[in-house]
Design a protein around this ligand. Structure first.
Ligand code: ARG
Ligand code: ASP
Length: 723
């Protein structure tokens, strides 16, 4: 049976048309690999219009949003749309910022926020915006320092050493920042040089009923009606260079900003997405796919389901809890839902089977060509994944149900880690101050009762046989005292009662009176005990073995891609996403979702009214939007008489691409990327042109909301809109 399936699949794979639309391409290599294809598909500009280091190009208007501590990890993308540094990105990208500025008095999540003037724009400490200055292929420079005799750990050490040196050299004497990342599993390396701005302010955001319309119910699905956008502004020092947050800063004057096309999109139109995709795994083997789909994801889903049940109930019960937990719930729910779609897609497209075909072909090719370095590679993969299974499951529980389960666990550990170094802090008063700030920040969005319920559920889940007896830390098991009274609830309740971490005032007092002696006492705290118990098992027994396996896999992964490239010399490979700037291109297109179901390529305000239901939080349309609709007060933002809201296209995107500019054939902004359609979310591991669709909010809906709904005309006036 297996044989027949494999032959059949091999046949299908061979007869597939070239995989147009697939791929996330490196901007500096478009000229070499893609531009002809792009132009054939309708693109009207040149490769230099997209990426040029001598003149302003589109890349100068694309920003990667990051955090102070990790500016090269871009959690989202944004784009500059005015000569005064105005940036648009998604609502869900700024969600943390909007939430941080929100309180019961100023509930910007619920009511939206629109700065009336520049002076009212709100600073966001720790948010960074990077603009790519240039890229460089440094593979040869790195390989020159390596030799075949090196062990994997020696190699890693050496690569890091060379990278840090090259990065320092690249930006010496400038205010720029450089970062080298591996591509193709370490077969190539590229250096990216950035200008990183550190004063990024919140300018405007619609209320969640628009910006998050459909919420987690509609997340990862099409048809979609989310006005997922927000407005930021980059501020620079008086010299137009990056500067720390300051009153003296002025709006940044960009080298380039996007013009906006309000002309609309048609099915079949060329479109590209220019942004920072985070992580994809397109070159995994069947062993990895099987393990993700049948071991890792199902367990992680189960754990998060339990967490979400508790959080959602809390949010339903109380307005303040809804604010506190809004961002947390969204982030737990997002991956949770995606994993479910991913498993479905991998199954529907028999991804593991098609990988097996490829692996068979590879083995035959290696043998018949005497490629000794590749012979037996897939067997080594199999052995490693077999060994990995137990550890990856143990690690999933340690992180999802343990250290990342109830928040108090992580909180206790973090405080302990600081206290561990108590004697090293010279200024004890300053230490106390920052610890107290940390506690205040944690408690701002924390609810003791909710977290206690989460801990109870986590205990229950952790104690199951699939995890393997030796991977269940003793601290999460019930002692006989509790077992008798069936007591996960009791156990958690007692921990919460006796711990200092769950008592904010006591904790603050403790910090005020901090001393060597009091620190010794806190070491006996019961919640810290649980945290330490989980962590110790993980750090001593799980992590070392897992890292050993992962490091061997790293070597195989490098060989595997090198081998695939050798076997298919005519194929143009694209590297997996790694949070560096990429271009994806394709066309506006609907799709056949399931049997008898075809989805067209765009949605309208009419669809929002169809979903309207005041009793369902996610579908509760604001009255003002209803009125605009009823009066058909649409301004110039219509297509065939309706206001377009979202559209879909075949661009290959992933997490991090959110907020990315979706551009037309002339490089004008037509929308903001924010999601993917349910049937194709497995595109991080296998892209299929028939079913994988990225979802964008139509720029005309963005303009309609800014203009007609929020009345923020001053922002519209800054933009250049082509009608
Ligand atoms: N699925 C989109 C992405 O991965 C949107 C996530 C934000 N929305 C949410 N409901 N959690 O980022
Ligand atoms: N929603 C994702 C993001 O935030 C995009 C995606 O995964 O398609 O980047």
């Amino acid at each position: 049976m297996r044989k027949i399936t494999l032959c059949f699949l091999a046949f299908i794979l061979l007869t597939l048309p070239s995989l147009a639309d697939e791929g996330m391409w490196i901007p500096m290599l478009l000229k070499k690999y893609n531009i002809e294809d792009m132009q054939k598909a309708g693109f009207k500009l040149t490769a230099e219009d997209i990426y040029d280091i001598n003149q302003a190009s589109l890349k100068d208007a694309v920003i990667g949003l990051g955090n102070e501590g990790s500016p090269f990890h871009h959690f989202c993308t944004g784009e500059i749309v005015s000569d005064q540094g105005l940036v648009i990105t998604n609502h869900h990208c700024s969600f943390g910022m909007i939430q941080a500025h929100s309180s019961l008095e100023h509930n910007y999540l619920r009511d939206g926020f629109w700065a009336q003037s520049m002076a009212d724009e709100l600073v966001n400490p720790k948010i960074t915006a990077s603009i790519l200055v240039r890229m460089e292929d440094v593979t040869d420079k790195i390989n020159a320092g390596l030799n075949a005799g090196m062990s994997e750990s020696e190699r890693t050490k050496k690569v890091n050493e060379i990278c840090r040196k090259l990065e320092a050299e690249a930006v010496k004497g400038t205010n720029l920042a450089a970062n080298i990342k591996p591509y193709f599993n370490g077969n190539q390396y590229f250096l990216s040089v950035f200008k990183i701005f550190r004063d990024v302010r919140l300018v405007g955001a619609p209320n969640s009923a628009i910006g998050k319309f459909g919420g987690d119910t509609d997340n990862w699905t099409w048809p979609r009606h989310t006005g997922d956008f927000s407005v930021l502004r980059i501020y620079a020092g008086p010299d137009n260079e990056p500067a720390a947050i300051s009153d003296k800063n002025v709006p940044y004057k960009p080298a380039k900003f996007f013009k906006i096309s309000a002309r609309g999109v048609q099915e079949g139109d060329f479109t590209m997405v220019f942004g920072y995709p985070g992580t994809t795994n397109e070159y995994l083997t069947s062993y990895a796919i099987d393990q993700i789909a049948s071991v890792e994801d199902p367990h992680k889903i189960k754990i998060r389901t339990a967490k979400l049940e508790v959080i959602n109930a809390a949010m339903e019960s109380d307005e303040l809890l809804r604010i506190k937990y809004a961002a947390k719930a969204a982030s737990v729910a997002n991956a949770w839902k995606k994993w479910q779609g991913e498993i479905k897609g991998l199954d529907r497209f028999s991804t593991a089977d098609s990988k097996r075909v490829l692996e068979n072909n590879f083995n035959n090719w290696a043998k018949s060509n005497g490629k000794t370095e590749y012979i037996g590679l897939t067997d080594r993969y199999k052995a490693l994944y077999d060994a990995r299974k137990e550890y990856i499951l143990a690690a999933a529980y340690a992180s999802e149900a343990g250290l990342g389960g109830a928040e108090i666990i992580k909180f206790a550990r973090e405080i302990e880690q600081v206290l561990d170094n108590y004697d090293k802090f010279e200024d004890k008063e300053q230490l106390k101050e920052s610890l107290k700030n940390y506690v205040e920040a944690f408690y701002k969005d924390y609810d003791v009762a909710t977290d206690q319920r989460i801990l109870t559920e986590m205990f229950k889940l952790y104690n199951n046989e699939e995890v393997g007896d030796r991977w269940i830390p003793s601290v999460v098991r019930l002692s006989p005292k509790y077992a008798k009274r069936n007591g996960y609830d009791r156990y958690a309740a007692d921990l919460f009662k006796k711990s200092i971490f769950t008592h904010k005032d006591d904790l603050l007092k403790f910090i005020d009176n901090l001393s060597e002696k009091s620190i010794a006492k806190i070491e006996k705290d019961p919640i810290l005990g649980v945290a330490t118990g989980i962590y110790t098992l993980y750090a001593d027994k799980i992590r070392p073995e897992l890292s050993r396996i992962e490091s061997e896999l790293k070597l195989l992964n490098r060989l595997w891609i090198a081998g695939l490239m050798e076997m298919q010399p005519d194929k143009t490979f694209y590297p997996d996403a790694n949070s560096t700037l990429r271009v994806a291109y394709g066309k506006i297109a609907g799709y056949h979702a399931t049997d008898a179901v075809y989805y067209t390529h765009y949605t309208t305000l009419k669809g929002i009214m169809e979903k309207d239901n005041p009793n369902i939080y996610d579908y509760d349309v604001p009255q003002k939007l209803r009125d605009l609709y009823k009066n058909r007060d649409f301004g110039p933002y219509t297509q065939d008489g309706e206001v377009p809201v979202c559209f879909i296209a075949t661009n290959h995107t992933t997490g991090g691409n959110s907020g990315s500019p979706v551009l037309d054939a002339e490089g004008n902004l037509i929308g903001l990327n924010f999601d993917r359609a349910w049937e194709g979310v497995m595109s991080d591991m296998q892209y299929s042109p028939e079913i994988c669709r990225n979802i964008a909010v139509d720029i005309r809906y963005v303009l309609f909301i800014i203009d007609k709904y929020a009345g923020a005309q001053r922002l519209i006036d800054e933009m250049v809109i082509i009608r």
